[in-house]
Design a protein around this ligand. Structure first.
Ligand code: SAH
Length: 262
């Protein structure tokens, strides 16, 4: 996977590329990454990349010529790469998009600044518009890092065996189970005993139930989009029976209280 970022602040990326799993992926040549400075494609002594908006109003707009020239230069370097504009007006990025993007040979990530770019750059030069969420950032650089980070960890071989992406939250419309590490007692709270048992079958069962509980409590809508396996259905049916029992017991108590009042 080749990442080519177009930005007026290329220095922002050096630290991102020098740490953690992204760094390891670069060293192992599973990804390569570089940033082109849009200013290098701007004419004039001052290399200006923005100008006032036609029609008036506040803020500045990214000039089309330097951006288009930078995109064309990137296309020469990575002809098969998908050209992605980071914009709050794009499709909202999620794990499924990360997975689809990871199948491409390269991504050209175009970072806006100011009020965004001149509308005409989009025509024919952009394949995809991606937003990282419904809020406005000052620039596309952080969004480009989000996309690169999520995509990198899905490239085969990037995560070691112990860091499987298949079990991650969202990979299958299920949040991941709870995690614990040493010490086995932290400020009076013990690790669930089953995790210390060494019984892998029971541990898997516990993890599945933990994943289901968390998804149900935190992101119930994900469960509606998941086709549940038999063991999962059995867990949900057990909860159903437990809840019915609690309600039934409460209703009996209610009857007791009423008769006690009389
Ligand atoms: N005036 C624009 C926002 C410009 S923000 C509007 O209202 O639509 C400046 C730049 O930051 C954008 O060009 C884009 O590249 C980036 N950006 C801001 N918010 C973003 C988001 N949620 N996702 C991706 N990129 C974003």
């Amino acid at each position: 996977m080749r990442f080519l970022v177009l930005t007026i602040f290329p220095e922002i990326f050096s630290s991102f590329w020098e740490h953690g799993i992204v760094r390891r992926a670069l060293i192992q040549n599973r990804i390569c990454a570089s940033a082109l400075d849009i200013r290098d494609f701007a004419g004039g002594r001052h290399r200006v990349t923005d100008d006032r908006p036609y029609g008036g109003g506040c803020g500045m707009v990214m000039k089309p010529e330097p951006l288009a020239a930078a995109i064309r230069a990137a296309m020469k370097l990575a002809p098969t790469a998908r050209r992605v504009l980071l914009t709050p007006q794009g499709r909202v990025f999620d794990q499924h998009m990360a997975s689809a993007l990871s199948a491409h040979e390269g991504l050209i990530l175009i970072c806006g600044r100011y009020e965004g770019m001149d509308e005409r750059v989009g025509d024919g030069l952009i394949d995809d518009e991606i937003s990282i969420g419904d809020y406005i950032l000052t620039g596309g650089e952080v969004a480009a890092m989000v996309v690169m980070d999520a995509v990198t960890r899905l490239i085969p071989g990037v995560l070691g065996g112990s860091e499987s992406a298949a079990k991650d939250s969202f990979s299958d419309n299920l949040l991941e189970h709870a995690h614990y590490t040493r010490p086995d007692n932290f400020e009076g709270e013990a690790v669930p005993e089953i995790l210390l048992s060494g019984n892998h079958k029971e541990i898997e069962k516990w993890r599945l139930e933990s994943a289901l509980v968390r998804t149900f409590l935190k992101r119930k809508e994900l469960l509606k989009n998941r086709s549940l396996s038999q063991p999962e259905l059995e867990i949900l049916e057990k909860w159903c029976r437990d809840i019915e029992e609690i309600i039934y017991t409460q209703s009996l108590r209610g009857a007791d209280t009423l008769s006690g009042d009389q």
